[in-house]
Design a protein around this ligand. Structure first.
Ligand SMILES: [Zn+2]
Ligand SMILES: [Zn+2]
Length: 336
């Protein structure tokens, strides 16, 4: 018979904590031992003593945090279980960004699956999402409302290319987050047949270079840092979303401004950001994909975290799962 006791994984102020293993998952404050699902800064924070993560996660943390990325680390391969104090830990591809993982933690026959951030939609810049049976599923719910149904990423990219074709004398400034979104957009543009040089704001270069070094195919890119920006006309220029309205962006002549984000299906946000070209491309599961994932993983219990928890908890209970909000604070959805 399955041991029903699951009280060895608990919530502390630093985040989720495994008592027998004495480790945290994506802790918010520096700890002795941490398992890191992926390198976005709300999940991977600096100054932990010892971290476990995929090679890519650890290398990106090193790029971002330099010395303070950790004191010591262990690289974990996908789907290769390892044991700490009788606890079996397996990292499973999450399909979110390069190196991103879900973490399966088994102890005394009981399985917790911690999703981290995940998406099921194909993304050539990272390893594809895999599902996993478990007893308790800890799922993110960044887009955990029925109104969130992400459109096809290919259709959104088409909108961008149509605008580029229609507005031959105008540069397109497109806001994307530096880690994951930027490289995915580059890859999608190439798949759509766009093969001109794509320009990058200096803040996007380091991580993009890292993706290139890992063999991710994104075609020809150029750093805008040493260029005369007013000369860029019919080009696509990717930049951090915050640069869309800052001093830098004023150097372009008549630019068309866009932002790529799962939030771009909320009219109010588009207005707030004052942009002409909202592109709805998300690196998170939408409402239907969260429900589908939960059904496939078939847990007894679901713990819902960072996002719109209530509606999802309600729906999951209706579907027969024992669901609860985990109320972990500190995980922002800005990488969206
Ligand atoms: Zn993330
Ligand atoms: Zn997250």
């Amino acid at each position: 018979m399955k041991l029903k006791n699951a009280n060895w994984l608990i919530k502390k102020k630093e985040g989720l904590y495994c008592i027998p293993g004495d480790f945290y998952i994506d802790p918010l404050y520096p700890v002795e031992k941490a398992l890191i699902t992926h390198a976005h800064t709300d999940h991977a924070r600096p100054n932990n003593h010892f971290i476990l993560g995929t090679k890519e996660t650890i290398e990106i943390m090193k790029i971002r945090y330099a010395k303070s990325y950790c004191n010591n680390y262990q690289v974990v391969n996908y789907n290769s279980p390892l044991t700490i104090n009788n606890i079996v830990i397996t990292f499973i591809p999450a399909g979110h960004i390069l190196g991103s993982s879900q973490i399966l933690i088994e102890y005394n026959g009981y399985k917790f699956l911690i999703s981290g951030d995940y998406k099921r939609v194909e993304d050539k810049t990272c390893k594809g999402y895999q599902n996993k049976k478990c007893d308790t599923f800890v799922t993110e719910a960044t887009f955990g409302l029925p109104i969130f149904s992400h459109p096809s990423d290919k259709d959104e990219i088409k909108k961008l290319l149509e605008s580029v074709n229609k507005n031959r004398q105008k540069p397109h400034l497109i806001g994307v987050y530096a880690l994951g979104k930027c490289q995915r957009i580059l890859s999608l543009l190439r798949d759509a047949g766009y093969d001109d040089t794509i320009y990058l704001h200096g803040a996007l270069v380091k991580i993009t270079d890292y993706y290139i070094s890992q063999g991710i195919d994104i075609g020809k890119v150029k750093n805008t840092s040493d260029l005369n920006l007013s000369e860029l006309k019919n080009q696509i220029i990717l930049c951090p979303p915050s640069a869309i309205h800052d001093k830098w962006s004023r150097k372009f002549k008549n630019p068309i401004k866009g932002i790529v984000s799962g939030w771009m299906n909320i009219r109010q946000r588009i207005k707030q950001k004052n942009i002409q070209l909202p592109l709805i491309i998300s690196d998170h599961a939408d409402w239907n994909d969260i429900l589908l994932t939960t059904k496939e993983n078939n847990p007894d219990k679901v713990l819902v975290t960072h996002g719109r928890e209530e509606a999802l908890v309600f729906q999951l209970n209706k579907l027969g799962f024992e669901a609860k909000a985990l109320n972990l604070l500190g995980y922002e959805d800005e990488y969206e």
